[in-house]
Ligand binder design. Structure first.
Ligand code: 9MR
Length: 372
């Protein structure tokens, strides 16, 4: 009898805990937006089974960290390798996830030959446009009807909101962006097409992206969404600035994706919220203050920062299609190696053992708080 009532009590506790505490991010934001994670090679190939299991318990959308970038799928002229991409897409199809393709046209992780002829001379406009179209048709066409959302153009803006002088821009001209979206739409008319960039909550860059999207839409270019990467720091941008950016972008008539979120808690040797991978800083113990674990007080501040941002996402949920974390656990984050190599960073919602952090607890509680 005693045993039975103890069992009843523990069942009751478990049941009430389940009511108060959603078991997963995807359950917590069900009906609001997808919650995604970027997958690395070990996760895509099934070598990291525990991360895959965690991902499937918590998330309902995936992005490929590197698997679909130009240098991976088409490293040399005429040489294609979709083996990783195929495994990535098969994983998403098998588990009924919202699959993101990242990315088609970027100035990084694109081989140098793409812009040059056999003699090493820069291509003329028409030849580069043809290469871009062939690439988009081959990649988007291969996964037509399976990849639901493509990052068509990545990081085309400077910090002042003007267009970056990449080789895409220099050779084709500013309409390379419109062309990329048109080709992607032709290759899969049903896919959601996204322009993706970092630091979009900064006023000048926000003005730039709003200008760009308005112009594209006025020309009838098929753009559906803007991805705000959201590689944030503890103090910047503020939740209010993030809210302002989401609302300004949504006001142009497109959806917003929070596309690559993480929050860097470590001291930054770089000014601002850049995710420019060409920036590098030297290792220095002062820049790596917590190699053996994040102090509880910092952990609490990080949880509060995550909650403040997710409160904004929840409030703006009608305009947000997904919130994607750039990795599953802290062990895998690019932030351990950028902009300083070999640091111990704590940017995501799961710790190095895959356990939920206080930030996770704070994030899953947000929709419940709002309903009270
Ligand atoms: O997370 C990616 C990392 O593994 C690569 O080394 C890096 C190289 O460019 O790209 C990272 O992902 C980037 C994404 O594709 C675009 N936005 C910034 C991301 C972080 O650098």
């Amino acid at each position: 009898m005693l045993m039975r009532s103890a069992l009843c009590t523990s069942l009751l506790i478990a049941a009430s805990a389940a009511v108060q505490q959603p078991a997963s991010l995807k359950q917590s934001y069900q009906g609001d937006f997808y919650v995604g994670a970027a997958m690395n090679t070990a996760e895509i190939t099934g070598q990291d089974q525990s991360s895959d299991a965690l991902l499937l318990r918590q998330f309902n959308s995936i992005s490929p960290e590197n698997a679909l970038k130009w240098e991976v799928v088409n490293p040399k002229p005429g040489q294609y390798d979709f083996s990783l991409g195929d495994q990535y897409v098969a994983f998403g199809v098998k588990h009924h996830l919202w699959i993101v393709g990242h990315n088609l046209v970027w100035h990084n992780q694109v081989p140098a030959w793409v812009f040059r002829d056999n003699n090493g001379k820069l291509l003329p406009r028409d030849a580069l446009l043809k290469r871009m179209k062939d690439h988009i048709f081959r990649e988007v066409g291969r996964y037509r009807g399976k990849i639901q959302s493509w990052d068509v153009v990545n990081e085309a803006l400077n910090e002042d909101g003007t267009l970056r002088q990449s080789l895409w821009y220099k050779i084709i001209g500013p309409d390379y962006i419109a062309k990329a979206f048109e080709y992607a739409h032709e290759a899969d008319p049903k896919a959601q097409l996204t322009y993706n960039d970092y630091n979009l909550a900064s006023p000048a860059k926000l003005a730039g992206v709003v200008r760009l999207v308005k112009q594209l839409r006025a020309e009838g270019v098929p753009i559906d969404c803007v991805g705000m990467q959201t590689h944030d720091h503890m103090d910047s941008p503020t939740a209010e600035e993030t809210d302002t950016a989401i609302r300004a972008i949504a006001a142009t008539g497109v959806k917003v994706a929070i596309s690559e979120m993480d929050i860097d808690v470590l001291p930054s040797p770089v000014q601002g919220n850049t995710a420019d991978v060409s920036i590098r800083a030297a290792a220095n113990p002062k820049l790596n203050p917590w190699p053996n674990g994040l102090p509880a007080a910092m952990q609490q501040q990080l949880a509060a920062r995550y909650a403040a941002l997710f409160r904004v996402f929840y409030k703006d949920r009608a305009d947000i299609s997904r919130v994607t974390l750039w990795g599953v656990t802290n062990a895998q984050s690019w932030k351990n190696n950028w902009p300083v190599p070999g640091r111990t960073n704590y940017p995501l919602l799961f710790d190095r053992q895959g356990k939920p952090t206080p930030s996770w607890y704070a994030v899953v509680k947000v929709p419940g708080e709002a309903e009270k």
